[in-house]
Write a protein that binds this ligand. Structure first.
Ligand SMILES: NC(=O)c1ccc[n+]([C@@H]2O[C@H](COP(=O)([O-])OP(=O)(O)OC[C@H]3O[C@@H](n4cnc5c(N)ncnc54)[C@H](OP(=O)(O)O)[C@@H]3O)[C@@H](O)[C@H]2O)c1
Length: 335
């Protein structure tokens, strides 16, 4: 790559079902000039997140859809290479929505600092970044797990799920994960210390939940939706909290989203179900990052990153999230 060119992935078509390479175009342009008040960031790691699929749709959501012809929206961490903002200088490191591209000229409002002397840069996209804050605030603020209670989390080996179970354990709760395949389950119980993990691709999920949650589920942190949400609803304890974090099993549906048939379990168990968007906690990220960094430093929290080389792989690498081929927080190493 030439230091004067910017390679970028543009969204050119709204995908139907799983995104395809032909829904994007890979373009080369001159490196942008930062305007007055902006910084120019060289991206080093680009975060690939299930939410990107929703941002491609022309539908009302918590953020506007990506306009066709725009750079594909993505979080990233990189180095400031030029600054026209008094608060930033070349050599600083920054985390923000810089997009799937080599360089971004960005307004620093909403951009956070990353200190590579505190942690390797990829961790600012995982445990110390958006997935970390999602696990922390979703579980603690909405789920409020108590010692001895049972927390169930789906996509348990992934960026958010792995942290949810570990935080649940730190708070004295039991953690039961659901993950696809024996390797992921072995990691969830062996490395991450969950009390149990159900291999939803090979085992009977209902039976696994009944066996591992003998007093019912106090907190279900849902990352997948669909059938697994229904099976968990059917096993709630009294006053359970169901946290709707995501529904990855539904994101590429071409038909209607599968809703929960067993929702009356909320009624009979005096339970509640609540969704959330992590960005609503932005004002409290400092608090979350402090606790997560402390637990990481104490060795009580483990983080795993799945780093794929090369921005040119973007469309195929993104699909790993939906096939379950990623193992840990998925990101692209740009340089
Ligand atoms: N509410 C928020 O603010 C917020 C913020 C961040 C993330 N999220 C949500 O959190 C969830 C997890 O995100 P992440 O970044 O941590 O991703 P991730 O778990 O690192 O990766 C996605 C995983 O989802 C699982 N999966 C894929 N298709 C599935 C299906 N059809 N049924 C069941 N599991 C499936 C796969 O794991 P297996 O191999 O185990 O199947 C895959 O590895 C997503 O739903 C995402 O949208 C929400």
């Amino acid at each position: 790559m030439n230091a004067s060119t910017n390679r970028k992935w543009m969204l050119t078509r709204r995908p139907v079902g799983l995104p395809k390479r032909s829904d994007f175009s890979f373009e080369t342009a001159p490196v942008p000039e930062p305007a007055d008040g902006q910084i120019l960031v060289r991206t080093h790691y680009i975060s690939l997140d299930p939410a990107m699929r929703g941002w491609m749709n022309d539908a009302r959501s918590y953020v506007p859809p990506i306009p066709l012809g725009d750079v594909m929206r993505a979080g990233a961490v990189g180095e400031v290479v030029a600054s026209r903002h008094p608060g930033w200088k070349a050599g600083d490191h920054a985390v923000g929505m810089f997009g799937v591209q080599d360089y971004a000229a960005a307004d620093p409002a909403g951009v956070q600092r990353a200190d590579p002397s505190l942690a390797p840069l990829p961790l600012f996209l995982s445990v110390l970044g958006m997935p970390g804050m999602t696990a922390y605030f979703g579980l603690l603020d909405i789920g409020n797990p108590q010692p001895g209670q049972t927390v169930v989390v789906s996509a348990a080996s992934g960026a958010v799920g792995a942290l949810v179970g570990q935080i649940a354990r730190i708070k004295g709760a039991r953690a039961v994960g659901l993950a696809g395949g024996p390797d992921k389950c072995a990691y969830v119980t062996g490395e991450l210390g969950f009390d149990a993990c159900i291999d939803y691709k090979n085992d009977d999920v209902g039976r696994g939940l009944t066996k591992n949650c003998p007093n019912g589920i106090d907190v279900y942190f849902d990352n997948v939706g669909g059938d697994i949400l229904d099976l968990c609803l059917a096993r709630l304890a009294r006053r359970a909290r169901v946290i709707i974090c995501g529904a990855i099993s539904q994101y590429n549906n071409t038909g209607p989203v599968k809703g929960p048939a067993n929702y009356l379990s909320l009624l009979v168990n005096n339970a509640r179900m609540e969704g959330f968007v992590v960005f609503n906690y932005a004002a409290r990220y400092g608090e979350g990052a402090r606790d997560m960094a402390t637990w990481l430093g104490e060795g009580r929290l483990k983080s795993r990153e799945d780093i794929v080389d090369g921005i040119e792989t973007f469309p195929e690498t993104l699909l790993k999230l939906f096939s379950g081929e990623n193992f840990g927080k998925l990101m692209i190493k740009a340089v």
